[in-house]
Design a protein around this ligand. Structure first.
Ligand SMILES: [Zn+2]
Ligand SMILES: [Zn+2]
Length: 280
């Protein structure tokens, strides 16, 4: 019942936080499709947890011959703070690349579109992810961290930060981070990624470190603005079973330029100044 404990703890923290630091006061606590996302929370914690644990265990065992004990020893002998920074950078680079691929390739986008179908963002919205999307993205992100031999305490700290930050960036919370908004992914950073405007949606791919989007020229955080609407151009059924089946059923999307990802791999001309506009 770990998922139930995690759910209750997260709810106890974020429900009051969303009342105190509200970003969108017009949004109700029990917003549309809240129960559907609760189903995602419960079901995904089982499916993804088991799948990832199996993949990670097999890869760590299988990679033993490839990455020798000397590499493991060298990595683990570094100070914990340095290991943490390395693990964070490495994992988020993997996340960035996998996430960008899910936007760039139409057959992958059909899985990721489930996450982007959310029309009202809050802490529970983080749960709405197709298992195929989550397993691939987390696999690419986490595997190097497990395989290279970072110490257990560093892996634990990284996983804790990852879990809380993924909830925070979706929450209906307004944070004033100042210059830290470049360093740590915030609701402001990730809410732009959920914008209905495709030019904003195909930006801000990092999970934790916006600096990666600065480096790759995909940052979009115009000062003093916020997205006018979230979601997709084309409605998606708001039902757990239908959303799981969506990538396998909806072939029409591959031919629909309005829905297909087009700007991810090549940021469109003229958007550069706007998309890289950041301010402290
Ligand atoms: Zn995305
Ligand atoms: Zn998201």
């Amino acid at each position: 019942m770990e998922f139930l404990k995690a759910f209750l703890l997260t709810a106890l923290i974020f429900i009051p936080l969303e009342r105190i630091l509200t970003l969108r006061p017009e949004q109700k606590m029990l917003r549309r499709n809240w129960l559907n996302d609760l189903v995602f929370w419960v079901a995904n914690s089982q499916i993804i947890g088991l799948s990832l644990a199996s993949i990670v265990s097999l890869t760590v065992i299988g990679s033993g011959w490839l990455i020798g004990d000397s590499v493991h020893a060298a990595v683990a002998s570094q100070p914990a703070w340095l290991q943490f920074i390395e693990a964070l950078l490495l994992a988020d680079l993997g996340f960035y690349l996998a996430h960008r691929a899910f936007h760039a390739f139409p057959w992958l986008w059909k899985f990721h579109a489930v996450h982007h179908s959310i029309e009202e963002l809050d802490w529970l919205a983080a749960a709405r992810v197709h298992p195929v999307d989550q397993i691939i993205t987390k696999g690419v992100s986490f595997l190097p961290v497990f395989v290279l031999g970072f110490s257990d305490i560093v892996i634990g700290a990284f996983m804790t930060l990852y879990a809380w930050q993924s909830v925070l960036v979706h929450s209906n919370v307004k944070l004033k981070l100042g210059p830290l908004r470049w360093l740590l992914a915030s609701p402001e950073f990730h809410h732009w990624h959920h914008s209905k405007d495709q030019q904003a949606r195909d930006r801000n791919f990092a999970g934790q470190l916006p600096i990666l989007d600065v480096v790759f020229g995909t940052l979009h955080m115009p000062a003093g603005e916020r997205p006018t609407a979230y979601g997709l151009d084309k409605p998606m059924p708001q039902n757990y079973v239908l959303q799981l089946a969506y990538p396998f059923r909806d072939t029409a999307n591959l031919d629909n330029p309005a829905e297909s990802p087009s700007g991810a791999a090549t940021p469109h001309a003229g958007a550069g100044a706007a998309t890289n506009q950041v301010s402290a």
